[in-house]
Design a protein around this ligand. Structure first.
Ligand SMILES: *Cc1c(COP(=O)(O)O)cnc(C)c1O
Length: 351
């Protein structure tokens, strides 16, 4: 605390990211990183771009990246917005579409950055409880609102909602923007991006941090009607003209060129998720059905006790405080050998 802080700075409760221990030989299953990393073409593109051209500012509109994303999804480049990680895209859309007079809606158990942006930008919100199975029930969202946002699959539960249910939400709320945060959709879910021509109030946010193994590059994007994208560009150009650096633009574009690597690595993660789920169930964990690259699991033994015991063996998993999720752990789907090591450690802990 300093006497120089503004009232808003004093009041903020910032988001706390998962720990990034700066040591070797750990099994890191706490931040949903991809164990396989970016496609080989991404590393090549970065190496080629690491030259004296770095003296120049990057393309402020990241056109090459927008084109690559548009061609992957069969949409127009003016239906794509890019940002420095999807967290930045989310921050901009809160100002662009949510800062009105009515409260926005999101689930009570969800990505913990949403309430932080509400506080930062002074946006009212109402949290809608997930049902007893930790699912989003769209009929609970038929309230007057200034916008709706949720991840699909949801975080940190991994529970997935079918696009047909999301269409009901879009039809019931024609005058507010419905944001679907698809950070984890590539692990077996179906994207809502094909619906953006049908619904002008739909904005879909994605990231290259999870399914494309590029968390360290900070590339995120949003797809929607070109008028929504224009709104986001206005906010971006009032904040930072160059959120995407030269390396991030070429690296992001290159990751959309290698369909085979993408398919193989996401399929491997889905296979590993199944192995992890079955292994946990064998150890008497209850595991929520996940379509993400993590599982959310609970055991008779206290979650923080398990987390601390794993930590002593240099295995990191994530715990979130909160009334309904206090006894759950979120475990990222790592490489096969990492999951084997985790399950072996857990067997000792819970026996
Ligand atoms: C990881 C995650 C993000 C942020 O991704 P970045 O692109 O790395 O900023 C956004 N939303 C959800 C739900 C996430 O889990």
């Amino acid at each position: 605390m300093s006497r120089f802080w503004s009232e808003i700075t004093k009041a903020l409760v910032p988001y706390v990211p998962g720990e990034q221990p700066q040591v070797d030989n750990i099994i890191k299953l706490n931040t949903n990183e991809n164990p396989y990393g970016p496609a080989p073409g991404v590393l090549k593109a970065i190496a080629e771009q690491a030259n004296s051209e770095l003296r120049r500012y990057p393309d402020p509109s990241a056109s090459e990246l927008k084109k690559a994303i548009a061609s992957w999804y069969g949409i127009n480049a003016d239906q794509v917005f890019c940002g420095n990680g999807s967290d930045e895209v989310l921050a901009h859309l809160f100002v662009a579409f949510f800062k009105g007079k009515k409260p926005i809606l999101f689930p009570d158990v969800t990505y913990s950055f949403y309430p932080v942006y509400c506080q930062l930008y002074q946006i009212e919100s109402v949290q809608i409880p997930l049902n007893a199975q930790f699912e989003i029930d769209v009929s609970d969202y038929h309230l007057k609102n200034g916008g709706i946002i949720f991840p699909n699959p949801n975080a940190p539960t991994g529970v997935y909602l079918k696009p047909v249910a999301i269409e009901q939400l879009l039809q019931a709320n024609p005058d507010t923007v419905v944001v679907v945060d698809e950070a984890y959709v590539d692990f077996g879910g179906e994207s809502c991006i094909p619906l953006i021509d049908k619904y002008q109030n739909l904005l879909v946010v994605q990231t290259l941090s999870k399914s494309r193994g590029m968390a360290g590059m900070r590339v995120g994007f949003a797809c929607g009607d070109s008028s929504l994208i224009e709104g986001l560009e206005r906010i971006k150009n009032s904040f930072n003209s160059y959120p995407m650096d030269r390396l991030a633009i070429v690296a992001g574009a290159a990751s959309f060129q290698d369909k085979k690597y993408f398919a193989e690595t996401t399929e491997q993660i889905i296979f590993n998720r199944d192995f992890l789920t079955k292994g946990l169930q064998k150890l008497r964990f209850k595991v929520l059905p996940s379509k993400a690259n993590f599982v959310f699991a609970t055991h008779k033994i206290n979650a923080t006790v398990i987390m601390e015991a794993l930590r002593e063996q240099n295995i990191f998993v994530r715990h979130f405080k909160g009334p309904r999720i206090d006894n759950y752990l979120r475990i990222s789907v790592g490489a096969y050998r990492e999951i084997k090591a985790l399950l072996a450690a857990l067997e000792q802990i819970v026996q």
